[in-house]
Design a protein around this ligand. Structure first.
Ligand SMILES: NC(=O)C1=CN([C@@H]2O[C@H](COP(=O)(O)OP(=O)(O)OC[C@H]3O[C@@H](n4cnc5c(N)ncnc54)[C@H](OP(=O)(O)O)[C@@H]3O)[C@@H](O)[C@H]2O)C=CC1
Ligand SMILES: O=C(O)CCCC(=O)O
Length: 471
């Protein structure tokens, strides 16, 4: 497959391979772009910006609607590409294409709602006008765990706002991204509006980060790389949106509806084999119900089928690579060595180059264990108990991260007051799947800054201008 710069398909002399995580089968080779392509992409996006920023909201909306329709028409094909390169089950991949596309349809509408303001002035011969204008050329750097949705939830609002974009998808999952961009061109994207490069992340991003024509960075990935890019953005004072790691607590109060809590735990923990930044990572369950909750969850977990994502029966695919596999095994072993007990699962299977891990529940977990202090990014449920809810909230907040938290209770007052006390950008209240295109997704503390989705999502791509008019 080709990369696209200025509307042209480009190949490079060097390429790199993309493998299927199920068996390390070669899927494709993609261009290994370097500095030259990165610079050309900036020039193209900058040139295109001068036209795109003058388009009407209706024109931008119509383009996004056409792109939406083509993605919808190619759902099955895109989902298969995603399952092959990423490993997530086909039914989940189809779900992700729909989810990715919901950002395009939402922002196709939001393009028309970029409102200004007038504010009463203090003098009769003055008027105060507030206008919004696009921030400029946007660099979007995206991870492997959501190969489609992380692209569309950056690119759709950027385009809706009148910006042009540069995309660098993850090395492990570029094929879905390249196909999405092909479809954008079929939908009529003008040259330079959407440019996509595959290649060495540091080489490409160094060119983009040091170029003052790139005025905005939107990144999803690890906190470590997010901090690095934040530092690199400083010299040219880029606007930044960072969506980084999480450490989500999952709290179950004694009055919770346990069936709902178990369904929420399955949804929040096992999506994408646990490789989601909002996956629940630490379970705090009231001591009076911890045994019942654990037994019910065990039954639900044992019904999950692990295997090849192309099999329609599969619920959980392999982890993305060996590093991801080893991290989960390390968290399990550390917990067991320090006194946790395996309720179900507890083993991995790295045979034939694939990295499967049985969905695992651990009980008698304590807060000092590794799995309670690092993002596991795998199918591991560590359950700790608590006796009073204020200590549960304190333990939940005792982390540098603040992306998503989950709380299960049937008591409306506690539901609200405790949600307010959680230092998190997203609270799933009796809800294990809070993500939605119309809601602002993003974190507190070291989970990043800025919001994606919702009315807030387009603001990230707009500058505010104040015109003081003397009349
Ligand atoms: N918030 C989230 O959604 C995600 C969180 N994570 C967390 O991060 C951990 C590590 O995952 P990993 O894939 O390594 O995440 P990274 O942060 O390394 O990768 C995310 C994106 O950043 C790019 N990148 C990597 N290094 C640099 C760099 N020096 N400069 C610019 N861009 C860079 C990657 O490119 P390339 O692929 O080419 O290296 C990829 O496109 C996971 O185990 C998980 O805990 C991971 C993914 C998503
Ligand atoms: O950062 C991630 O892990 C992807 C976001 C998942 C979501 O939107 O629900």
């Amino acid at each position: 497959m080709n990369i696209v710069v200025d509307g042209e398909n480009i190949q490079t002399e060097k390429t790199f391979p993309v493998y299927n995580p199920i068996n390390q089968e070669w899927l494709a080779s993609v261009p290994d772009a370097g500095e030259d392509e990165a610079k050309r992409a900036v020039e193209a996006a900058h040139r295109a910006f001068h036209n795109w920023k003058h388009t009407t909201a209706d024109e931008r909306s119509v383009f996004l609607q056409r792109w939406f329709q083509l993605i919808e028409d190619h759902t099955d094909e895109l989902a298969e590409v995603m399952t092959r390169e990423q490993g997530k089950p086909l039914k989940e991949a189809r779900g992700e294409i729909g989810y990715a596309n919901s950002y395009i349809s939402w922002f196709a509408e939001e393009a028309k709602r970029i409102y200004g303001q007038t504010i009463p002035a203090s003098k009769p011969d003055k008027r105060i006008l507030i206008q919004k204008q696009p921030v400029g050329v946007v660099a979007a750097i995206t991870p492997w765990n959501f190969p489609a949705a992380m692209i569309t939830r950056k690119v759709a609002p950027a385009i809706a706002a009148g910006c042009t974009v540069l995309i660098k998808p993850a090395e492990q999952t570029p094929l879905t991204a390249l196909r999405l961009v092909e479809l954008a061109h079929e939908a009529g994207a003008p040259p330079g509006l959407i440019n996509i490069l595959t290649g060495d992340a540091e080489t490409i991003s160094n060119v983009w980060m040091s170029d003052s024509r790139v005025t905005k960075l939107s990144f999803t990935g690890s906190t470590e790389v997010g901090k690095l890019l934040m530092k690199k953005s400083a010299d040219t004072m880029k606007r930044i949106s960072l969506e980084l790691g999480g450490q989500a607590p999952f709290i179950v109060l004694p009055d919770a509806d346990l069936d709902k809590a178990v369904a929420g735990a399955i949804a929040s923990k096992f999506r994408n084999a646990g490789q989601t930044c909002i996956c629940s990572n630490r379970f705090f369950v009231h001591e009076s119900i911890v045994d019942t909750f654990t037994e019910k969850l065990k039954a639900a977990v044992e019904a999950l089928k692990v295997g090849d994502g192309m099999d329609p029966e599969t619920d959980i695919g392999p982890l993305i690579d060996q590093g991801a596999y080893e991290k989960v095994i390390k968290h399990m072993e550390d917990a067991v060595d320090n006194g946790a007990e395996i309720v179900t699962g507890g083993a991995g299977d790295p045979s034939e180059g694939s990295f499967f891990i049985q969905p695992t529940i651990l009980k008698n977990v304590t807060d000092s264990m590794l799995c309670m202090n690092e993002e596991t990014f795998g199918p591991l449920v560590p359950i700790a108990s608590f006796s009073d809810e204020s200590s549960a909230i304190e333990r939940a907040n005792d982390t540098p991260f603040g992306l998503a938290a989950y709380l299960f209770t049937e008591n409306i007052s506690k539901a609200l007051t405790l949600s307010e006390k959680l230092d998190y950008g997203i609270v799933g209240l009796n809800d294990g799947s809070p993500s939605a295109a119309q809601a602002p997704f993003g974190g507190f503390k070291e989970s990043g800054m800025g919001r994606e989705g919702g009315p807030q999502g387009i603001e990230e791509y707009l500058e505010t201008k104040y015109i003081s008019l003397g009349v």
